[in-house]
Design a protein around this ligand. Structure first.
Ligand code: AGP
Length: 607
């Protein structure tokens, strides 16, 4: 997604803007630009491609000025070319924007009637031209910005700079997050706290519909009705160490390796010291009052929900309905009494997931969320928000966030099972001991990386791949397929093993690698028979199993990846690791952009 930054500072803004934009690269982008006001004069520099191109341009064509805004663009309206790159600037206004203005065509038409012509294909240019139009009508900058904002429909995080105004920035948010950073005689804005980390850890998040008029000495926030409001200033405990690669070639590699550590932090945050119970934030939730759980999320977070469905149903006896958030929000399902709605989101800003949450407001008995950003919109709009404590996840492909999500969801399912009398105190204690042993087992499992890397050399030559799993392994098969396709660009599909005979088996031949996830549990034999059907047709099987499974079913497979033994309920968390390694090393072999794969964004804050 796009990222915006801004500074009203005491020093040259350009280098600080570029540094802040570098911290937003993880969101995915295809061009970048900055604008500054220098001695009252508004000017901009823009470049297509990576930020290094903008930095090169600034070496040859420096941009002075202590007030500035910056943008990384992930193209929504208009090709990723220079003319569409932000900031969009008119004679007196420069604007950067994250989101989608859904009524921009109507606004363009109105401007055309007033003789105002567009140069680009973007909705954001329309915002700049509208503000310019109001300035031409005699409005002052604040009036021009407010009148412009009032006409916008859709999602936006906006920042305006004005020619002749060296100590003024006007910002607004609706649907896309925006944070204000507090400095000493300086003020900053950013799409998230990571962008602001180099300048400050004191942050105020704007709420839905807020607008703010900023100078170096004042911040005036107004609500959608124009009433002055105060928003909480927070100190962000952003571990700056977690936003660098720590010696790894890619953020994704680092974040895979961090999993034992961050999962142990997640466990420590929720499991009481004597492992006898789970403590939820705030007043928690009384699961004896809940008779149904509905979950909606996107991508990897959806697969975390699908995994949790098995846990809630099997451990807690709680009926669970899940759906992709983009379907849920338009399917508009009935939400019956006693239903809790649960939303999982690493960023906490995914537009479809946020919309699904808002659909449940006033309908669900309780709205729960599991996010990696406690100040995010989804977290703040929940009755109970459960942070996953994964630390900043920079790689677009989610890894440690996924396994931390699973950890929190498993603990929540245990909490529900215990509250509903489905497991005893002793049973809960036993499961919590198993959970506390997981980080060490994950550490041990890191040893499969070299074997997986060797397999990836050949997997990288494939055009397609299938991932198969049953029960708790089915969501991990789906996740493995998503990981592989999103960073190596190899077409991959995840399937329930039992579905193979209902069509996908037609795909099997000697060119089709098939990853089979099968710890030696109750479903193992069924999956092995599916695996043999694949091998009988020439398919190359990569079996991911445990020692017992390897002993009983390795004959004839192409490769066997042997995982440590673990409580079968916890296999999804452990078996996510080899499929992460498989995707990562295949992508590295293919030379794709592992941390920022083509076309993808870390946080999809637009529909
Ligand atoms: C996962 O690797 C992808 N980056 C993507 O599917 C992601 O999980 C999805 O966009 C949801 O993001 P969220 O967790 O921030 O809501």
């Amino acid at each position: 997604m796009c990222g915006i930054v801004g500074i009203l500072g005491q020093h040259e803004a350009a280098p600080m803007l570029v540094e802040a934009l570098k911290r937003l690269e993880y969101r995915g982008y295809d061009s970048a630009g900055i604008a500054t006001v220098n001695d009252g004069a508004l000017d901009r520099r823009r470049a297509v491609g990576k930020l290094v191109n903008l930095s090169d341009l600034l070496v040859h064509e420096p941009l002075a000025g202590k007030s500035g805004i910056g943008h990384t663009r992930w193209a929504t309206h208009g090709a990723p070319n220079l003319i569409n790159t932000h900031p969009h600037q008119t004679r007196r206004v420069a604007v950067v924007h994250n989101g989608i203005i859904e009524n921009y065509r109507d606004l363009r038409a109105d401007l055309a009637k007033a003789g105002v012509r567009h140069q680009t294909e973007t909705d954001t240019e329309t915002v700049a031209l509208l503000a310019q139009h109001y300035l031409d009508e005699g409005a002052n900058p604040e009036e021009a910005a407010r009148r412009t904002i009032a006409r916008l429909e859709g999602a936006y995080a906006l920042a305006f700079l004005f020619d002749g105004e060296s100590d003024l920035m006007i910002v607004a948010r609706k649907g896309s997050p925006l944070a204000i950073g507090h400095g000493t005689d300086e003020v900053y804005i950013g799409s998230d706290a990571i962008a602001l980390a180099p300048m400050t850890d004191r942050v105020t998040y704007l709420e839905e519909g807020d607008c703010a008029v900023l100078t170096r000495s004042s911040i005036t926030i107004t609500d959608p009705d124009g009433n002055p409001v105060t928003r909480e200033e927070r100190t962000i405990q952003l571990d700056a160490a977690r936003v660098d690669k720590a010696g790894h070639k890619h953020f994704m590699s680092k974040e895979i390796a961090e999993q034992p550590t961050v999962i142990s932090e997640t466990i420590a945050a929720y499991v009481v010291s004597n492992a006898s119970d789970i403590k939820l934030p705030g007043d928690g939730i009384d699961f004896t009052e809940i008779n149904r759980l509905t979950m909606a999320s996107c991508g990897t977070a959806y697969y975390a929900c699908l995994t949790a469905k098995y846990w809630f149903e099997q451990l807690a006896g709680l009926p669970v309905e899940i759906d992709f958030a983009s379907e849920f929000r338009y399917r508009a399902p009935p939400v019956t009494d006693g239903t809790a709605a649960l939303f999982v989101s690493q960023s906490g800003e995914t537009a479809d997931t946020l919309a699904a949450l808002r659909y449940c407001e006033g309908k669900a008995q309780s709205i729960l969320s599991v996010t990696n950003v406690p100040q995010s919109s989804i977290a703040r709009e929940s009755d109970l928000s459960m942070p996953i404590h994964a630390g900043a996840e920079i790689g677009v492909a989610s890894t440690k966030a996924f396994t931390c999500q699973l950890t929190v969801l498993f603990l929540l399912a245990l909490k529900a099972a215990h509250a509903r009398g489905r497991i005893t105190d002793e049973g809960l204690r036993a499961k919590l001991e198993a959970v506390r042993g997981l980080p060490a087992i994950l550490n041990q499992a890191m040893g499969v990386e070299e074997h997986v890397r060797s397999i990836s050399q050949r997997l990288a030559e494939s055009r397609d791949a299938l991932f198969l799993g049953r029960g708790l392994m089915f969501p991990i098969a789906l996740e493995g397929a998503l990981k592989l396709k999103e960073i190596s660009y190899i077409h991959a599909e995840g399937y329930a093993s039992g579905e193979l005979k209902h069509g996908p088996i037609a795909l099997i031949d000697e060119k089709m690698p098939v990853v089979v996830l099968a710890p030696r549990n109750a479903l193992f034999d069924k999956t092995v028979s599916n695996m043999q059907e694949v091998m009988a047709r020439g398919g190359n099987v990569i079996l991911i199993t445990d020692a017992a499974g390897a002993r009983d079913a390795s004959d004839g497979v192409w490769q066997t990846i042997v995982m440590p033994d673990v409580d079968f309920d916890l296999t999804p968390i452990l078996y996510a690791l080899p499929v992460q390694f498989l995707a990562y090393h295949t992508a590295v072999t293919k030379g794709t952009d592992v941390d920022q794969p083509r076309n993808l964004a870390k946080s999809v804050t637009v529909e």
